[in-house]
Write a protein that binds this ligand. Structure first.
Ligand code: OOB
Length: 573
């Protein structure tokens, strides 16, 4: 596969000039790549290859359970489906290096699609089901996507309507494929394979799709950054680096071939994808159970029926589950580990997990850019409830620095910088952002404020980035401010987070109206943002009109003072 890797865009092995390649996706300097390989972190595997091996080793073991449609795909079936779909996509003109925006709910086809793309060496761009026209149009345009994959409907929303708008906006988009439901004006994913699909039929090894496939150091996909800038940045992950984060996670979370992982969060997010997530479970030859939505009413019966052993939740859901467990009639005793992360889990809530659910809590502090920290299963309970864990890898470098990048002593609170075998060296096609988000020697500026304990565990103390973490969903203040500024009556706007007992934080937009503008009601502002085609979680929870913003000594707007002010006012309708 080496030869194919040489001409591919955005890969470490490609033949174009250094600057051109850097602009696309900065990668690890050779000395680091060699070190990570020599240490055994990078195993030289690809996702397509791993699935092939698992399918050969245990074709009849169940890989994916999709309870909503009562389907159970074996490893053999998932492998054969990925092959056939890959062949069909290739016949439709998809080639290695192409970007394909994948926006699917938690359905089995998610894995068929991403493994088909992995096998081709085309890059899934992982959109979330909550994204709407503004976000999807941006992803398709910015990545020059060749295709966009949706489900016809999910959660009462018609994605075909969304796709029609996106296609009108982005004529370069060559295909829209509908993975489930009536395709309408688009092509059904089931019609893409070139041969008739009898998924149950075994595939003769001689008929296996013979693609050169990507090399282990090639890009595997683009993940979305939570972001703190006007538009989301894209995170280029390679097979080598991501697969390390999977098996590294599996070891720390006790995942083996007998594990059953419940995917309760949106499958495309980095947390349920890789910590250890669905891909970690598939790497281990374990079973993935897809949960259509994460409420206890849906999840608890599945835990009982499928013997789920571990799952991952954001803090608000973990709170809901601990409460619901007190009165449930469902047997949750199979659950060994509950991973909680994405946002800070309060110590008080963390203490309730073991008594309520009878399982071990494992805190996860991770980021789509790479670094993932876990509390260890055998950590003392005090450590589990009061820290956000420590890195997966002995080669994860952690620095805690002051505002001038000076290293601070252990125990001091400062900015977290990190570098390591599965942390990116730069965003995809974003040289200006990269200059700001990474140090000259390749440390990623996480934007998190942390403190290290003497045992090497991290405690998240706050955030320096201009982002709101709404129960694990990240909102870049600047992005929402730009939308507010588009309103003809708005003179200026600032978006900050304010405390919320359930979400941790919710968003508050402070708005100054133009002189002489008709008075606006908060609902009208919210509606305006929603109608600009944004994900619903980005619509401000509260809007407050002010005459002026607080200023710092040098006259800059003080978000710090706005945050202090936030939450002290009653809700305005
Ligand atoms: C996960 O990934 P992202 O990319 O959506 O967000 C990363 C950011 C971190 O930089 C941090 O600000 C925050 O989310 N965060 C936490 C946290 N886990 C993530 N803040 C406090 N405590 C935690 N436990 O959110 C993500 C990716 C992989 C695994 C888990 C979470």
């Amino acid at each position: 596969s080496g030869a194919a890797g040489e001409t591919r865009s955005g890969t470490a092995g490609d033949a174009r000039s250094g600057t051109e390649r850097e602009a696309q996706a900065p990668t690890w300097p050779q000395e680091f790549a060699e070190r990570y390989r020599a240490a055994g972190w990078w195993r030289g595997e690809t996702f397509g290859g791993v699935l092939r091996e698992r399918a050969a080793a245990h074709p009849d073991r169940i890989a994916v359970v999709d309870p909503a449609t009562d389907r159970r795909w074996t490893y053999g079936e998932l492998d054969a489906r990925a092959d056939r779909l890959a062949a069909g996509m290739v016949a439709r003109g998809i080639t290695a290096g192409d970007r394909v925006v994948v926006q699917l709910p938690n359905i089995a086809e998610f894995f068929e699609v991403v493994f088909a793309l992995f096998r081709i060496g085309a890059l899934p761009v992982f959109a979330l089901p909550a994204h709407r026209e503004t976000e999807i149009t941006y992803f398709c345009r910015f990545t020059e996507a060749a295709a966009y994959v949706i489900a016809a409907e999910h959660g009462g929303y018609d994605y075909r309507t969304l796709a029609a708008k996106v296609r009108a906006e982005v004529p370069a988009l060559r295909h829209v494929w509908v993975a489930q439901g009536e395709p309408g004006e688009f092509e059904a994913l089931a019609d893409v394979p070139t041969e008739a699909v009898d998924p149950a039929a075994p595939v003769d090894p001689a008929e296996r799709l013979d693609l050169a496939g990507p090399a282990p150091h090639d890009l595997a996909f683009l993940q979305l950054s939570g972001g703190s800038t006007g538009v989301p940045k894209l995170i280029p992950r390679t097979h080598d680096d991501y697969i390390y984060s999977l098996w590294g996670s599996n070891e720390l979370c006790g995942v083996d071939e007998n594990s059953v992982y419940l995917c309760a969060l949106p499958a495309a997010h980095n947390f349920p994808l890789s910590s250890p997530g669905t891909l970690g479970a598939l790497y281990a030859g374990a079973r993935v159970v897809l949960c259509p939505q994460p409420a206890p009413e849906t999840a608890f019966p599945l835990i009982e029926a499928e013997g789920v052993t571990l799952t991952g939740l954001v803090p608000p859901l973990a709170l809901l589950w601990t409460e619901a467990a007190a009165t449930t009639t469902h047997d949750l005793s199979s659950l060994d580990v509950l991973l909680v992360g994405g946002a800070k889990f309060s110590e008080e809530a963390a203490r309730r997990v073991r008594p309520a659910l009878g399982c071990t809590l494992q805190q996860v502090f991770g980021m789509a850019e790479g670094l993932v920290n876990y509390t260890r299963l055998d950590d003392p309970e005090e450590t589990i409830v009061s820290t956000q864990g420590r890195p997966i890898s002995p080669d994860d470098e952690i620095r805690v620095v002051d505002d001038e990048d000076n290293d601070l002593p252990v125990g001091a609170t400062g900015h977290l910088l990190t570098r390591g075998p599965y942390t990116i060296r730069g965003y995809w096609n974003a040289p200006e952002h990269n200059a700001r988000s990474f140090t000259a020697d390749g440390f990623y500026r996480t934007g998190d404020i942390v403190r290290l304990t003497p045992t090497g565990h991290l405690v998240v103390e706050g955030r320096a980035k201009d982002q709101i973490n709404r129960g694990g969903e990240k909102i870049a203040a600047e992005e929402i401010e730009n939308h507010l500024l588009a309103h003809p009556a708005v003179h200026d706007a600032n978006v900050v987070g304010e405390p919320d007992p359930y979400l941790g934080e919710r968003t508050c937009a402070y708005v100054i109206l133009k002189a002489g503008a008709e008075p606006l009601r908060p609902v009208a502002v919210k509606r305006f943002v929603r109608e600009r085609g944004l994900a619903a979680y980005k619509v401000p929870d509260r809007v407050e009109f002010v005459a002026a913003f607080p200023r710092t000594g040098v006259g800059k707007i003080s978000k710090k003072d706005l945050r202090t002010h936030a939450g002290t006012r009653p809700d305005t309708p």
